[in-house]
Write a new protein. Sequence first.
Lengths: 265, 265
Amino acid sequence: MRPVGAYTVSIRIAVIDTDSGFVTVLAKRAEVAGWSLSHSAGPVPPRDLVAMKLNGLLIDPAVLGDEAWDYLERIAAMLPELGLVVCTGRSTVAQRVRGLRLGVDDWMTKPCHPEEAMARIEAVSRRHTRGRREAEGAPLTVGELEIRPDRFQAFVGSGPLVLTRREFELLHLLAEERGHVLERERIYQQVWGYAMAHGDRSVDVFVRKLRQKLEKRSPSWSYIHTHFGIGYRFEPESLESPPETAPAPLAEDVSQPFHKLATSK
Amino acid sequence: MRPVGAYTVSIRIAVIDTDSGFVTVLAKRAEVAGWSLSHSAGPVPPRDLVAMKLNGLLIDPAVLGDEAWDYLERIAAMLPELGLVVCTGRSTVAQRVRGLRLGVDDWMTKPCHPEEAMARIEAVSRRHTRGRREAEGAPLTVGELEIRPDRFQAFVGSGPLVLTRREFELLHLLAEERGHVLERERIYQQVWGYAMAHGDRSVDVFVRKLRQKLEKRSPSWSYIHTHFGIGYRFEPESLESPPETAPAPLAEDVSQPFHKLATSK
DNA sequence: CGAGGCTGTGAAAATCCTGTGAACGCGGCT
DNA sequence: AGCCGCGTTCACAGGATTTTCACAGCCTCG
């Protein structure tokens, strides 16, 4: 089921370690793999870790001093979804067992090969992402739209939009990357799961379907903007602004052939 | 009397290894910890592993010969919930990385201390046993349905539904996740315990059986809703136009008080 | 201001998905 | 052995969803 390439998803990790050489090498590999990595040479408050929305944390407890066990335990309890990997110097079996028991997911011994560290972090976070429910299920609200991954649907005040799977996934992707212009190829790759054939218009067609449904249920907003020669950008924009005199445009007039193209910037 | 201390849940593991000394020691510890352990000195057909409903598998790929990688990969793909731990002699970084990438959860080097092996197995299977056992045996009432896990049966006003085991588990899963759309793959994974083969229609068939039985005993309600291209969603809905019955507040479910999803015809 | 490439549209054609009924094995039981 | 209950697998029919096309209306650039 693994698509091509070793790393299928982008992973967010943090490293707490003073060994700058190791960290540097790791950072390089992480970049190649498309992971985002942040580094600290000292303990990071748990609450900050929460805010970072990490998939994995690689840590050398040696930098923590006496509080090490306590710190690890707190992290493990507070962030059950986080893959917690220890990488440290000499340790006894008893220490490793203690660490693993109190919530550490993997324990490596220095010196450790960065590639192996990456692989272990990946393995640990793979295990954690399975069986998670909430992570993907968090509803997303933009404009008067609410996107709910747990139902594969989007809602506006008046009710559901009734989207097909593809439509939903396209909308979800666009909304997640709200504000960014996404190229067609990128969109296709993400939603369809494989490379887009040259000349394929599927993305355009689905954008149209989405625009239709969005407009029907939320006429006073504009969501998907075209960037000529590139792709699309999602951004809820209220069309209201002129004084309140509009004599109720009364829809059904199908003579609105085109959408305004946003080429700005 | 449950063994107090470190091991809070009973874990089922299997060991595939020829080192009988190591296995013996491990078996002893496992017994003390209250785990159930089965042992084999040679490869075990994946389907047998499925039947064993394991939490963890400790394996020395050396006993597998040439097929080792293939075997590991197959196991990992087929049993995503299984904690797969390798324990073998000398190995290269590249081998470890390869193993971890293709689905192995942890990789130890022999000789390894049995206590550490236990701790690592526990760590990799922790994820799946955690956060899931709270309301395990609690009866669940939805619509005019009552689901009793302690009996493996569901009841409506007029009596029991007479469900087979699979039917019950499917219903239970759906009801627990009420309101959420569950993908076929996830349903299969949860109820059957291993990965769904492409093209398998079992879930559909069981949904039909459930719908039939539900309709026979509770004709005025609709419970299982189809989401085209995705899977199913459980949500009791009265078919009668509710004269004045409040639209079932169905609180508690989510924090978002929102409309009910209308997909069905 | 015109050519040429891009995007929006509507609809037909091609695919894919789900509901069903029924045949098939596999054990367990009598 | 023969008879069930249960879970799996098949093949089909009816729909729902995606793709593909052919055109027409824009946008850029020269």
